[in-house]
Write a protein of this length. Structure first.
Length: 151
């Protein structure tokens, strides 16, 4: 199972439609759970991160393999990500991806992470990034199953 924990809501209908499309495509390969958590924007950044971290931690299973999405994380090619996902499912039943809020992830979540993954040194809107992540997970499954799409 793939679990995606996201801080923040998707407001725009075109983003929601894209997410639904990738959920439908991925249903052929794996169970997918997307958990939306509220983002905190009142107060200071560190306080907000801590509040969000408490909510995130409640959603992470003790046996989950956790991948946090961070600018300073390790970069993978699509093929490398596919190989990593395929390898992880040999030992883990759930891979949990965590997308932080507008202030990033609290240190406690980074410490729980098994892998820090970066898509780019650039910053993306959280709504768009969720779609990018879903697309790369879908691409990974197409690569794993030797199906056309990924080139």
């Amino acid at each position: 199972m793939i679990k995606i924990i996201c801080v923040g809501k998707i407001k725009e209908s075109f983003f929601r439609e894209a997410i639904k499309e990738y959920q439908k495509r991925l249903s052929k390969y794996t169970k997918l759970e997307i958990i939306e958590l509220p983002d905190y924007t009142n107060g200071n950044a560190q306080e907000n991160q801590k509040k969000e971290a408490l909510l995130i931690q409640k959603q992470i299973g003790s046996k989950d393999y956790v991948i946090t999405l961070e600018i300073e994380g390790r970069a993978f090619s699509s093929e490398q990500l596919a190989e990593k996902i395929d390898d992880l499912f040999q030992n883990y039943s759930t891979i949990t991806f965590v997308i932080g809020g507008s202030y990033g992830l609290d240190a406690s979540i980074k410490e729980r992470s098994d892998l820090s993954l970066s898509f780019s040194k650039m910053t993306f809107p959280h709504q768009l990034f969720r779609i990018l992540l879903l697309e790369q997970i879908y691409r990974s499954y197409k690569i794993i199953h030797h199906e056309s799409y990924h080139k």
